[in-house]
Design a protein around this ligand. Structure first.
Ligand SMILES: Cc1cc2nc3c(=O)[nH]c(=O)nc-3n(C[C@H](O)[C@H](O)[C@H](O)COP(=O)(O)OP(=O)(O)OC[C@H]3O[C@@H](n4cnc5c(N)ncnc54)[C@H](O)[C@@H]3O)c2cc1C
Length: 452
């Protein structure tokens, strides 16, 4: 083989984005002795998310990343309580399988682990587009105009979707609509003496509180430490009259014993739609870049870790076989859809329809036990439990005084069941015509939402 050709193959995998997805993937690929380069546009110290996140416990065991401990892990939650928008009803869930994790410390650990395994991180290096040869993605272009090539290129750039949005095939470059976005904002503040309450509900320190259906989204309260309260909100972008930040600030200002000074926090838009296509020739997308965030609670860290682990296994196997075509990488998409994608798709369908419900409707559904404890347990843990006809009939009778609302609920359930079943039928092998037909079927089901 001529020398120049050998040089081109020097990097096995380029990863764009050194967030959760990028780091977990880099860690596993480097451990498998692949040569990995991670391009991250921010500086090492500036990486986003200076706050604490709820991260699924399962994601750690699944992805082979040691569980958080010490300073990284905040107060453990006893369980989660769901409040109705009007605050009249409260449902205590049996479990909440998440840890509260210092996101900055966690990411620092992930970067160090990936570096120790042999991955090379290039901070303050912004990528502007993928480089192609025929239908193959073969490299990336940096902001300074220089180009880097690799056998495989992975988009882990989060909401920016910097590579996917520039690959004009299948739905990789799909336009992210306002219905696909939520605006999330969270702040931690010091609390002095006294109780914090939400009307008649005193906030207990070992419980995380979610007010679901509030302002076309949900808001939360969580004591990270004895005297540090995390106040947050996520609202359907363009659907709520108030911004997520305003909801947080209004709450903080309404309580005399919460300091006005924000200790940590911030916010941005999150993509909360069903997953897009995640693979192409010489290309993968992982994490929020592939729209893998749980649509019903805006949590995307766990999905990014799970997807990165699945992707790593498929990539290692594909590179060993020197076969990085879509046919070989397809297994990643199949496995992710099975593990999480089809649940996310059904939860997205449910969420999209619930956006049309008023706060009064939501409060009614919770009060009447139509939205139950197990429904909330499922949607918070990214599980869509298909709802059968018997449960639908029981629910209908519980809500008989609001027939129009119950008809809408019936439609939401039936459409969510349909999209779940549709995702189960996604082709297990890549075949352009069959996959396009499947994609059109999926789009058609979502388009039905616009029909009156
Ligand atoms: C206020 C708020 C609260 C949240 N709370 C939770 C929570 O409690 N639990 C949870 O699971 N999730 C939460 N999320 C969502 C979660 O943060 C995301 O789903 C998660 O960060 C997605 O991980 P990722 O690795 O895919 O993307 P990101 O973490 O966004 O990482 C992408 C990386 O790519 C880099 N990048 C972007 N463009 C380029 C480029 N052109 N060149 C090079 N690098 C680039 C970025 O700088 C970034 O470091 C929250 C989000 C917000 C905004």
């Amino acid at each position: 083989m001529p020398k120049s050709k050998k040089k081109k193959k020097e990097i096995d995998v380029i990863i764009v984005g050194g967030g959760i997805a990028g780091c977990v993937l880099a860690f596993h690929l480097a451990n498998a002795r692949l040569k990995v380069k991670v391009f991250e546009k921010q500086s090492r110290n500036e990486i986003e998310h200076d706050w604490c996140d709820s991260i699924e416990k399962k994601a750690f065991s699944y992805s082979g990343i040691p569980a958080p401990k010490g300073e990284e892990r905040k107060r453990d939650r006893d369980h989660l309580a769901v409040l109705s928008p009007n605050l009249e009803s409260i449902i205590h869930l049996s479990h909440y399988d998440y840890w509260i994790v210092d996101r900055k410390l966690f990411l620092e650990r992930l970067v160090k682990s990936a570096e120790k395994a042999g991955a090379e991180f290039l901070f303050e290096t912004e990528i502007i587009e993928p480089m192609g040869r025929g239908q193959w993605v073969v490299g990336v272009k940096k902001k300074d105009g220089s180009i880097e090539n690799a056998q495989l290129v992975v988009d882990c750039s989060g909401k920016a979707r910097i590579l996917s949005s520039n690959i004009e095939v299948l739905d990789l470059n799909i336009k992210i609509e306002k219905e696909d976005l939520a605006r999330a904002h969270r702040e931690s503040h010091e609390v002095s003496e006294g109780v914090i309450d939400l009307q008649t509900h005193p906030i207990e320190k070992d419980i995380l509180y979610y007010r679901y259906g509030y302002e076309k989204g949900y808001s939360w309260l969580n004591f990270e430490e004895d005297n540090i309260l995390d106040v947050g909100a996520g609202v359907g972008k363009g659907y709520s009259d108030r911004s997520a930040k305003a909801i947080v600030n209004d709450f903080v200002n309404s309580k005399g014993n919460i300091s006005n000074e924000m200790l940590r926090g911030g916010g941005r838009d999150i993509i909360i739609r069903r997953p897009t296509t995640m693979v192409w020739y010489g290309f993968l997308a992982v994490g929020e870049a592939a729209c893998q965030v749980i649509p019903s609670n805006g949590c995307g860290v766990g999905s990014a870790m799970i997807a990165a682990k699945i992707a790593a296994e498929v990539v290692v196997d594909s590179l060993r076989r020197k076969e990085v075509s879509i046919d070989s990488l397809w297994e990643y998409q199949v496995q992710f859809m099975k593990e999480r994608g089809r649940d996310n798709a059904a939860l997205d369908m449910m969420r999209r329809q619930f956006l049309a419900f008023s706060e009064e409707d939501f409060s009614f559904l919770i009060k009447k036990g139509i939205l139950t404890k197990s429904d909330f347990e499922n949607l918070i843990h990214a599980k869509y439990a298909r709802i059968g006809p018997l449960k639908m009939v029981i629910a209908f009778f519980k809500g008989i005084s609001k027939i129009r609302l119950m008809l809408k609920v019936g439609k939401a359930i039936s459409m969510s069941n349909r999209i779940y079943n549709h995702y189960r039928k996604m082709p297990k092998k890549y075949h352009t015509r069959r996959y396009l037909e499947w994609m059109l079927g999926q789009m058609h089901l979502f388009a039905k939402l616009e029909e009156k």
